[in-house]
Design a protein around this ligand. Structure first.
Ligand code: NDP
Length: 480
């Protein structure tokens, strides 16, 4: 089996303790590579390399940094089929999803921030001929970038691209469940001649390398995407150290269908919002609120569409749902389905593990599942399940649905389907979420601020917000 290596100071290195653990292919349940079981020693080495590299990298011109990031983007594109296959094998997602979304977005992230940095500008405040204030923004130091397993390369590049573009150096920790495309990226860095120490990637368990990385005295910036509990843990540890921290956390997002919605569009988007990437996207619409006048018709049409979804080989182009990321996650989601039944929920479709034949018979596949009959305040409608499970909830009035939509600890995103433009704006204004879509879902412009309210996160990344997050403003007042 292939051994994944850490990328530290421009070299591919074994973990210093020489220990590895197995990495599984979720579509057949078999181990296929070894992941470094790194520890504090590796983190210390990586941070020291990044700190040293910061001295020169932070002084390079924007154009130079931009050129190098563009080279990385080109290299990913050139080898995109290799990345697509690796992401699908590591995560269980369909190759078509990796081809359409994950890998093109990884190179788009790099290109976006490589060019954004060239178009950034500073502020100037004149004081009536007495003085001029100008505010420059400077790189901070070593950024700790921690990303989850659901969109591995996509979310890793979403963090490292702005961090590097602004002149910081990086120690990244990809999820231990999906390390392969980060490993490929480190090989590409070597190929394109990325300066040593500028980007470092350390693999291993969050519990073992996470704390040494986030609490390291030389990592003043932390950009984390993952679950709310891990986010709380990181915030608790690092708040007394006054680190600049951005937390992109979980969601329990409402998808609201008014009776006047474009029916076919609402059905199509609701299926996508519930089941894309096997429901393992923080923005998935897992609470589906449908106005009573159309509830029965909507439910019937939804079930017809869900029954057409094909769970199968992630490599096959006709597959809609691939495998869940791991056996433990699949079991967690199945446990939530059992809990839904105990709470009185009716499983309208799905609800079981899907056993495929041949080589895939041990794969972690789940059927797309629709539940109804649960109150909005029960655990199933309050906790993030992060799987192909959607809960149907009827509502009567606009006021009632706004109240239910907001009645969770999360506030990441929401979708509203209505042909009434005034209602669309009114409801969007009333929903507590960092991102609201009207008549669509997950339509992303990389320039917009991205992040959540309440326990869905702290701070915003995306576009110029990312450039601001990864830099410190410094005002200089010049007396004339
Ligand atoms: P986790 O919070 O379990 O893990 C996220 C990352 O943090 C992983 O790399 C993990 O490593 C690492 N980690 C774990 N413990 C620590 C620690 N003590 N210190 C530092 N890092 C640590 O989330 P998942 O990987 O399970 O991802 C799913 C979650 O991510 C969902 O809640 C989802 O909503 C959220 N998410 C949020 C997004 C957003 O933009 N708001 C986007 C995508 C996902 P390891 O895996 O090795 O344990």
């Amino acid at each position: 089996m292939e051994k994944i290596l850490n990328y530290i100071n421009g070299e591919l290195l074994k973990p210093s303790n020489g220990e590895y653990f197995e990495n599984y292919n979720p579509s057949n349940g078999s181990a296929y590579s070894w992941v470094p079981d790194s520890d504090k020693t590796d983190i210390d080495k990586a941070v020291a390399a990044a700190k040293e590299a910061f001295k020169s990298w932070s002084k390079t011109s924007k154009h130079e940094r931009s050129k190098l990031l563009m080279k990385l983007a080109d290299a990913i594109e050139k080898r995109s089929e290799e990345f697509i296959r690796a992401e699908s094998k590591d995560n269980g997602k369909t190759e078509s999803q990796a081809r359409k979304v994950d890998i093109p977005r990884a190179s788009a992230n790099l290109r976006f921030f490589a060019t954004a940095i060239l178009h950034d500008h500073s502020e100037l405040h004149e004081m009536d001929g007495e003085a001029i204030n100008y505010t420059s923004r400077q790189a901070i130091g070593v950024a700790a970038c921690i990303s989850p397993w659901n969109l591995p390369l996509y979310l890793l590049t979403w963090k490292i691209a702005p961090a590097l573009a602004t002149g910081n150096t990086v120690v990244a920790k990809p999820s231990e469940v999906t390390p392969m495309t980060a490993f490929l990226l480190s090989k590409i860095c070597i190929e394109v001649g990325f300066p040593k120490g500028v980007l470092n990637i350390v693999h291993g368990y969050g519990s073992k390398v996470g704390d040494p990385l986030t609490t390291h005295v030389d990592t003043p910036i932390i950009s984390f995407t993952g679950g709310t509990e891990t986010g709380k843990h990181i915030a608790g540890l690092t708040a007394p150290m006054f680190k600049k921290t951005s937390l992109e956390l979980g969601g329990k997002n409402p998808n609201i269908i008014f009776a006047d919605a474009n029916f076919d569009q609402a059905i199509e988007m609701s299926v996508k919002a519930a089941f894309s990437n096997q429901g393992q996207i923080c923005l998935c619409g897992s609470r589906l609120f449908v106005q009573k006048e159309i509830y029965s018709k909507f439910k019937a049409a939804l079930l017809t569409e869900v029954s057409k979804l094909k769970v199968g080989d992630p490599k096959a182009p006709e597959t809609d749902l691939g495998a869940m990321v791991s056996e433990s996650h699949m079991k967690k989601v199945l446990g939530k389905i059992e809990e839904a039944k105990k709470l009185g929920g009716q499983i309208l479709i799905g609800g079981e593990r899907e056993i495929l034949g041949g080589e895939l018979k041990k794969g972690y596949f789940l059927q797309p599942t629709v539940i109804e009959g649960l109150s909005n305040d029960c655990s199933i409608n309050q906790q993030e399940i992060f799987g192909p499970v959607v809960s149907l909830i009827p509502f009567e009035t606009e006021g009632e649905v706004i109240e239910m939509a907001n009645a969770t600890k999360y506030g990441l995103s929401a979708s509203i389907f209505t042909e009434n433009i005034s209602r669309g704006h009114r409801v969007a204004a009333a929903i507590d979420a960092g991102i609201v879509w009207i008549n669509t879902w997950i339509l992303r412009d990389l320039r917009i601020p991205f992040g959540g309210m309440k326990q869905s996160g702290l701070g915003r990344e995306g576009g110029f917000k990312s450039l601001q997050f990864f830099t410190e403003p410094k005002n200089v007042c010049l007396k004339i």
